[in-house]
Design a protein around this ligand. Structure first.
Ligand code: HEM
Ligand code: HEM
Length: 169
């Protein structure tokens, strides 16, 4: 664990943070093509474009790699303290949700590629359908995460979004 709480996110933490949503959007765009190729593989009648499926696999592994790197940075370098001290029960609830959500954000970007890989390489239908279903959990946690970030930015005005935007050394 880090000795001191850093004043902000590092350049690398910020770059890796924003790389994930970009790559996840690409994964959603490639998702239907992947499903077509996967179904063809299962039925023994090849269909779809395998190149798109392999692109989905490659980008998925990049997301997994970034997720592991970010978890490593969290432990090695740490993350800044919350931008506000809860003063009311409502703010306490917001701080609680934000804290718990971090776990689920990491869970989704770690578990989704792992389940996808088990489904793809072992042709395991349970893992593949769990992988496909987890997209709803990902959408939910990211939607809550973005809503909270915008609430910080425009209602609490505590500079929370800025510290995930401004590159520092
Ligand atoms: C964070 C990374 C990933 C995201 C966000 C993601 C997202 C998706 C989405 C949205 C679909 C379409 C699901 C549907 O049609 O309902 C899909 C399908 C699929 N993905 Fe991924 N994926 C990721 C990584 C991977 C990786 C690394 C692999 C394999 C090594 C993989 C293998 C598959 C397979 C086999 C399917 C077809 C599943 C099925 O239709 O039953 N995915 N993925
Ligand atoms: C797949 C999409 C996303 C994932 C998985 C994700 C994940 C995370 C995680 C785990 C953190 C906690 C810090 C850390 O440990 O690195 C964080 C912080 C943050 N995220 Fe995201 N994020 C995503 C998309 C977004 C988007 C689209 C926004 C835009 C509003 C956003 C805004 C922020 C902000 C402002 C912080 C810093 C909060 C603070 O510490 O004050 N994130 N994100």
């Amino acid at each position: 664990m880090p000795k001191d709480v850093p004043a902000g996110y590092s350049r690398m933490q910020i770059i890796l943070h924003w790389a994930v949503p970009v790559l996840v959007v690409v994964q959603f765009l490639l998702g239907p093509a992947m499903t077509t190729v996967y179904e063809g593989m299962k039925t023994g009648t090849p269909q779809g474009l395998p190149v798109l499926a392999w692109l989905h696999v490659g980008i998925g592994f990049v997301v997994l790699f970034i997720a592991c790197w970010r978890v490593g940075l969290r432990f090695a370098r740490g993350v800044p303290a919350p931008t506000f001290e809860p003063q009311t029960p409502e703010q306490g609830f917001l701080a609680f949700v934000t804290h718990e959500l971090t776990f689920f954000l990491y869970l989704t970007i770690l578990a989704i590629p792992v389940l996808g890989a088990i489904g793809w390489f072992y042709q395991n239908d349970v893992a593949a359908s769990a992988h496909a279903s987890m997209k709803y959990l990902l959408i939910l946690v990211v939607a809550v995460h973005v809503s909270i970030s915008l609430f910080h930015q425009f209602v609490l005005r505590d500079g929370s979004l800025d510290r995930m935007r401004k590159l520092r050394d």
